[in-house]
Design a protein around this ligand. Structure first.
Ligand code: KIV
Ligand code: ZN
Length: 519
């Protein structure tokens, strides 16, 4: 590795998945890990193995499958966490244990440890991790609010105990670029042995400075950036992978650092993470937002037609956005669909293509032009063969003269059941019909509709978020009929909730494991 190569450490599956409602299923986690591996991410933080059986299995399966990336698991500063983490990551070609403890005064107060007691704990746990695994990362959580002298002391202890990566988290998104660069620079200059390890930066976006702080840390000497796809993460999220990677690529003139990321894979993974996490990407989000490469105003369009560089600092192709291509229609055959999928960077097995083609034909019968985004929405539909609930049919009556009613047939565990329900509007009537057929106590927290493309025949994408006994799940679906999309999204969330019920106690899941119990 040259000194100017910056390692990309992706924590979408750990810190990202920690956002309430962003929980992914096992197969979704494996799929995202595969995409991260393919795009050239150096280290994948695949989960928090002690948190649940589900997290353990995901980390362990990802470790077994990864081709190129180092696979890392998170562990608090205790032997039990570290042993469990090793059990999960040990199968990887290149495993890593990441152990951490909160070192600021506020965080030290939680396990009620004195500075000396915590220092001893750090020495013991990093030594223990290093005895299991050659590759150990250590993080002083809330580093940016930790007393300077104490931070130097504990970093030195971790290095001496065998950590080869020292991550400096800005856990609460408090730092600013000047400070971020300065902190890493001073640590490298001050702590004995610092020149022998890699310093990492892990920023949160509470003040909207995560990307700037991460890049500043690189300027200060950090050579690993921790980030997530779409900036997914608790509260305002983590540093967005696509932003730091593209900033380094586009502004290599003033930031002469390289990464191994194949940037043409960015759009695909961004869409996939948005779908499986249920966290839609805001339209004006840098790099991956729907409007990031759209030029609407007359003056911009005029400039673009004359010379694209007038308003474009990077090419859409660089992030995997295909140039404008012809839409498909009802006369398009399977070969055209396959070619389109290839153009979009999607590689489907023959049986998947066959199944997709049926749904494509159905859509093309209802919609004159089927655009790229329509195809992507079809590919990313969440319905699975193993789903407990399936929508068979829905007929809704609505309008000014009420009452709004929904006639619905659902297949529940393979048996068709029908009902008619009323409600305050067509969506309410539809959701009441689902509830009448499949009683549940989940509360709808969020219901959101957006159009996939333009025009009145556009597909609607509906996202819902539901909560039951502290478990939060999301569901998504797309259809040219907004009410059908709503029904499918609601059913999708219920199916995911049932998977969650099987894998976690009420109020206790990946997010339920407290960072406090670091003993
Ligand atoms: O933000 C943080 O401090 C973390 C640690 C667990 C590294 O995510
Ligand atoms: Zn974090």
């Amino acid at each position: 590795m040259t000194n100017n190569n910056v390692l990309i450490f992706d924590t979408t599956l750990r810190d990202g998945e920690q956002s309430p409602g962003a929980t992914m299923t096992h197969s979704e986690k494996l799929e995202i890990a595969e995409l991260l591996d393919e795009m050239g991410v150096d280290i994948i933080e695949a989960g928090f193995p002690i948190a649940s059986e589900g997290d353990f299995n995901a980390v362990s399966d990802i470790a077994k499958r990864a081709e190129n990336a180092t696979i890392c698991g998170l562990a608090r500063a205790n032997y039990k966490d570290i042993d469990r983490c090793w059990e999960a990551v040990q199968h990887a070609k290149s495993p890593r244990i990441h152990t951490f403890i909160g070192t600021s005064e506020l965080h030290r107060a939680i396990p009620n440890l004195t500075m000396d007691e915590m220092a001893e704990r750090i020495h013991d746990t990093v030594t223990h991790a290093r005895n299991l695994c050659d590759n150990v990362q250590w993080s002083p959580m809330d580093a940016t609010r930790t007393e300077w002298d104490y931070l130097c002391r504990v970093v030195e202890i971790a290095i001496k105990a065998g950590a080869s990566t020292i991550n400096i988290p800005d856990t609460v998104g408090y730092t600013a670029p000047i400070e971020s660069a300065d902190l890493i620079r001073r640590l490298i200059a001050t702590v004995p042995g610092a020149d022998e390890v890699i310093f990492a930066t892990h920023c949160h976006n509470d003040l909207g400075m995560a990307t700037a702080n991460s890049l500043a840390a690189v300027e200060g000497g950090a050579r690993q950036i921790e980030c997530t796809i779409n900036g997914l993460g608790e509260r305002a999220g983590n540093t967005a992978l696509e932003e730091v990677v593209m900033a380094l690529k586009v502004r290599g003139d003033i930031m002469p650092y390289t990464t191994k990321i194949d940037t043409t894979k960015i759009m695909n993974i961004s869409r996939r993470v948005a779908t499986v996490s249920g966290f839609a990407v805001q339209f004006n989000k840098a790099i991956v937002g729907k409007n990031a490469f759209a030029h609407e105003s007359g003056i911009h369009q005029d400039g673009m037609l004359k010379n694209k560089e007038t308003f474009e600092i990077m090419r859409p192709e660089d992030v995997g956005l295909a140039g404008t291509s012809l839409p498909l229609g009802k006369h398009s055959g399977r070969a055209a669909l396959r070619a389109k999928l290839e153009e979009l960077g999607l590689d489907l097995a023959d049986n998947q293509l066959k199944e997709l083609f049926v749904r494509f034909k159905d859509l093309a019968d209802r919609k004159k032009e089927v655009f790229d985004d329509d195809i992507l929405a079809l590919v990313h539909q969440n319905a699975g063969a193993e789903d407990k609930l399936k929508l068979v049919s829905l007929r809704v009556t609505c309008g000014t003269d009420g009452p709004q009613t929904a006639d619905m047939t659902l297949e529940i565990d393979g048996t068709a059941q029908s009902t008619t329900a009323t409600g305050d509007g067509p969506v309410d009537a539809t959701f009441n019909a689902v509830k009448a057929l499949f009683a549940h106590g989940a509360r709808l927290q969020l219901y959101q509709v957006s159009a996939v493309t333009e025009g009145t025949d556009a597909q609607a994408t509906v996202s819902v978020r539901m909560e039951e006994d502290g478990r939060i799940t999301t569901g998504q679906s797309a259809d040219t009929d907004t009410v059908v999309a709503s029904a499918k999204a609601y059913i999708n969330a219920l199916n995911r909730l049932m998977v969650r019920r099987e894998h976690s106690e009420p109020g206790y899941d990946t997010k339920g494991v407290s960072y406090k119990d670091a003993t």
